[in-house]
Ligand binder design. Structure first.
Ligand code: ATR
Length: 277
């Protein structure tokens, strides 16, 4: 790519209209006065490969990929980071000068940065984490927690077989707990994470009994609409430290923006307000 070209990036999804990424990256481009554009791209699964192979020729330096393309993008990439491999999905692509595609997954990184900034006193080594859910989001959370040195993850999911599968993949730190028994292990948790869609606007509530929550525990929810889920409200009432899910979305975007536009951006209250607005 010639030096004078304005760098382009965007988010590829199907649908994509709901994505907050254009607002997020647009805010950073404006704040730092950088040349560049970040656009939403609605691409159907059958067109994904053609689009990915063509974007570099049009001046794109990379892209985010979201539902339903995260697994396909990993397969199509020429090179894949270790963490993306372990998560089994990509969310951040970098197009190299020769047009080859490097795939990374920054969801686990975003999760951990959000936790570190929202609960700075939490120490991964302190004790077990309880994780609700065993879908794609749970995979990123498990990668991050295990890499951070959490000694034990108590993993629980409505469909137990999916949790068993994650134990097979992610290893011996994981103990699978029956969904109906989840309430019984809460009192052991230093950290509680909801990765399910329960509690999201339009979805049923998370019904796991939470009376075992200890005041010293940290509780975080990947759901950010609403920002304060019932889980977070209950945790707050029990004296826990709570961390909402919006920060994960903001932090996961940092590495991509830095690589594409050459400036490491900051997650600020102003950014939060912009993305929520
Ligand atoms: P994501 O990529 O957001 O994790 P997903 O892979 O579809 O999405 O996973 C959704 C998660 O929410 C799963 O853990 C799912 O549980 P199942 O594996 O049993 O489907 C969980 N989930 C969704 N609706 C649920 C419900 N009504 N009760 C319990 N768990 C639910």
């Amino acid at each position: 790519m010639s030096e004078t070209r304005i760098p382009l990036a965007g988010v590829i999804g199907h649908p994509v209209a709901h994505s907050k990424s254009p607002k997020l990256h647009g805010h950073w481009l404006k704040t730092y006065g950088l040349a560049g554009f970040y656009v939403p791209m609605d691409v159907s699964p059958e067109d994904l490969e053609t689009v990915l192979r063509t974007l570099p020729q049009a001046g794109f330096v990379g892209a985010n990929v979201t539902v339903p393309h995260k697994e396909a993008a990993l397969r199509l990439a020429d090179e894949v980071s270790d963490r993306a491999k372990r998560i089994g999905a990509a969310n951040t692509l970098v197009f190299r000068d020769d047009g080859s595609i490097h795939a990374d997954n920054t969801d686990g990184y975003g999760f951990m940065e959000n936790l570190r900034s929202g609960a700075p006193d939490w120490n991964p080594q302190d004790g077990p984490a309880v994780v609700f859910g065993a879908g794609g989001a749970a995979r990123a959370v498990l990668q991050a927690l295990i890499d951070a040195g959490v000694p034990e993850v108590l993993l629980t999911n409505r469909t137990r077989a999916r949790a068993d599968q994650l134990k097979e993949e992610f290893g011996s730190q994981i103990t699978v707990i029956d969904w109906l028994q989840a309430g019984n292990v809460i009192e052991n948790a230093e950290l509680v994470v909801n990765t399910t869609s329960l509690g999201m606007q339009g979805q049923p509530e998370l019904r796991v009994p939470l009376d075992g929550l200890q005041p010293g525990a940290v509780v975080t929810d990947l759901v950010y609409a609403p920002l304060k889920t019932r889980l977070l409200q209950t945790a707050e009432d029990a004296g826990c430290t709570t961390v909402d899910g919006l920060g994960m979305l903001l932090h996961q975007a940092v590495p991509g923006f830095e690589r594409w536009f050459g400036h490491r951006p900051e997650v600020t209250d102003e950014l939060r307000a912009t993305v929520l607005g």
